[in-house]
Design a protein around this ligand. Sequence first.
Ligand code: SF4
Ligand code: FE
Length: 491
Amino acid sequence: MALMTPQEYIDSLRKLNTRIYMFGEKIENWVDHPMIRPSINCVAMTYAAAQDPQYADLMTVTSSLTGRKINRFTHLHQSTEDLMNKVKMQRLLGQKTASCFQRCVGMDAFNAVFSSTYEIDEKYGTHYHDNFKKFLTMVQDNDLTVDGAMTDPKGDRSKAPSQQADPDMYVHVVERREDGIVVCGAKCHQTGSINSHWHIFMPTISMGEADKDWAVSFACPTDAEGMYMIYGRQSCDTRKMEENGSIDVGNAKFGGQEALVVLDHVFIPNEYIFLNGEYEFAGMIVERFAGYHRQSYGGCKVGVGDTLIGATALAAEYNGVEKASAVKDKLIEMTHLNETLFCCGIACSAQGFKTKAGNYQIDLLLANVCKQNVTRFPYEIVRLAEDIAGGLVVTMPAQADFESDTVVGRNGETIGEICNKFFAAREGVKTEDRQRIMRFIENLCLGSAAVGYRTESMHGAGSPQAQRIMIARQGDIQGKKQLAKDIAGIQ
Ligand code: SF4
Ligand code: FE
């Protein structure tokens, strides 16, 4: 099968029997649900861009497994150039959606599991790598979206998986059969889960021998028997349900998505198992996946940052302050911070290396530095955006007020007329455009897109302390001490 069009992707979701719950109820037509659809449009953009000739080189690539043309989101990186192109592709999609487009978690899982299964088989003579290659060939040939599911609920953080009062706090094997395994547990805040055709489950921490049953990785269709999702709320999400509220949403077309994914005795056939008890490899999968996803943030968040910088410059222009030196300088600072993140994404890619399995891995130290900066810089960019845009971002009346013909004034002025009079921007700028840009900024800084641009910048791909642990491990302090000793003449 060739690459899917965006419409074919959306239609393919309708064919799945995905079980979704929201506000305490099962959602039947979830593809057209106003709170979910923007997140589907976002993934659809990864298909649309691949169809666009101007992005063909970035979005499509030749499969290392089959030699056929595939979407880069299903690719195994074959060079440092591939790694850099991945980051550029993510920046492009961030620019096109101003949101999290979700499909990267699968791409990062493919590359981490591909190289890890090779090394597990090398040690144990298992067949996980072959299983994985067959699975990925099917994904590439059908141009599927796959969720990379890592984060377990974790319960008591001071305890290992096997020590938890409730064993389901980490995904685990509850039964081993001749033809496969049965698994239970859950994965939290799963990006794009509902919009994926398949899931790849991976462990979330390094494990010991006692945790054998929790050291498990496998692929499973999103509508597998026993699997369901509970939709994650976002700030201002019900605005998407309002009639004639598209301006108030801020970004009516695109959005992110996270869900709690529950596995209630799901059967996994042998051919989809990539790790099953080889506990000492759990940490390898975690480290590699996290490394790739920390690289990813040097692309996607930068693209979203581009849209916020653009919106802020427009807000300044509409207010007539774009020539003020303080405003110009703040826009320079926003750009500097944003491009610094891009530098990190490119640098960890340029310093990548070939794994034993043949695909390319990013430089772990630099990828962790990248993500550490992402836990900070978008917050400062948001601060500067709010500074320039002004309080109107959070105090503006509703779209319904701007459109209201209810009379309030002594001379018969309507609420709409009053709003349009007092919220008018500089001459030549439509009040509605000012409304739109303020709501767009609100959406990115405080609304539903803030999930992806702010809190996800903090916690997605691992919280700041997780990166500091990796930076400590990779930072080679001993080597640096020696450098100092050599020059200072210390024996
Ligand atoms: Fe992709 Fe970024 Fe969303 Fe992760 S947060 S899935 S890297 S867009
Ligand atoms: Fe993420």
